[in-house]
Design a protein around this ligand. Structure first.
Ligand SMILES: [Fe+2]
Ligand SMILES: [Fe+2]
Length: 186
């Protein structure tokens, strides 16, 4: 007896013709194709917050790299400068993803601090600076972990990008804790 269901069952993978036809339709949507399960507008809104967070991190680490003083501040300055560079790479990746999703990355200095989840804080001493950076990293780590769960399979590209950034922020937090212990701040 022939299997009646086999003909009507949907294949797991979309056939080439359908993929080609779909890609031709709505080409102005760029990277957003019909099987994108996320909400591009909402994703862009979330990523504007991530972008602001990364910009604030670039600014804070840059300030610290320049203004840190005291015994053995040279090695700490170098660490701050390296982090500033990595935060800038995050900033670029997030801005590019916003563009791919049809948004315009918000680099407006107006309102930047309130769009960001981490703060632009500093302190007079080296230990204060290290502490502020550690706090900022911990906030970013917490926020990005939540975002990874939120994006899940609906937007794997954004999720994978945030996962990559998260791994670096975790390293940053761990570097700051090492520096804090080294410089006697508890
Ligand atoms: Fe970052
Ligand atoms: Fe970081």
């Amino acid at each position: 007896m022939p299997d009646a269901t086999s003909k009507t069952e949907k294949p797991f993978l979309t056939d080439v013709k359908t993929l080609r036809d779909r890609a031709r339709k709505d080409i102005a949507e760029g990277a957003i194709t019909p099987n994108y399960k996320g909400d591009p507008k909402h994703t862009v809104e979330i990523l504007q917050t991530v972008l602001a967070t990364e910009i604030v991190c670039v600014l804070r680490y840059t300030l610290h790299a320049i203004t840190a003083t005291g015994i053995s501040s040279d090695s700490v300055k170098a660490e701050f400068a390296e982090h500033a560079k990595e935060e800038q790479e995050h900033m670029m990746a997030v801005a590019e993803r916003i563009t791919q999703l049809g948004g315009e990355p918000n680099f407006d200095p107006e309102g930047l601090a309130s769009r960001s989840v981490s703060q632009y804080s500093t302190g007079p001493s080296l230990v204060d600076m290290i502490k502020e950076n550690l706090i900022a990293e911990r906030i970013a780590v917490d926020h990005y972990r939540e975002l990874i769960r939120y994006f899940g399979d609906n937007d794997p590209t954004t999720r994978v990008m945030i996962e990559g950034i998260l791994a670096v922020e975790e390293e940053h937090a761990s570097d700051m804790l090492d520096l804090l212990n080294l410089h006697g701040g508890k």
